[in-house]
Ligand binder design. Structure first.
Ligand code: FES
Length: 99
């Protein structure tokens, strides 16, 4: 069980080991992170981890590129906490263009 702190709203919730950050939040009916497809496709749940350890499952490069990954940016529905985390909620990339 890990404690997650959302910096934007100062919300705290606990996430079970093996649950994604988004699942952990939804289990407690919290709403700090926007919820969309829950499958790494829509990018609405984009967050930046400021401290703590985690791993990510496959995510769309459209929403999270190599530079983002180095900056701790990931999709909450594909991000699995391995320790307590401090997280900033980013949401959809504002510069995102669809062709
Ligand atoms: S909810 Fe769609 S990418 Fe996470």
């Amino acid at each position: 069980m890990h404690q997650i702190r959302l910096i934007n709203t100062e919300e705290l919730f606990h996430c079970h080991t093996g649950n994604s950050l988004l699942e952990g939040m939804q289990r407690l009916a919290r709403k700090g992170i926007p919820v969309g497809c829950r499958g790494g496709g829509c990018g609405i749940c984009r967050v930046q981890v400021l401290s703590g350890n985690y791993h990510c499952k496959k995510m769309s490069q459209e929403h999270v590129n190599e530079t983002d990954l180095k900056d701790g940016i990931g999709l909450a529905c594909r991000l699995y906490p391995e320790s307590d985390l401090d997280v900033t909620v980013l949401g959809l990339k504002s510069s995102k263009k669809r062709l």
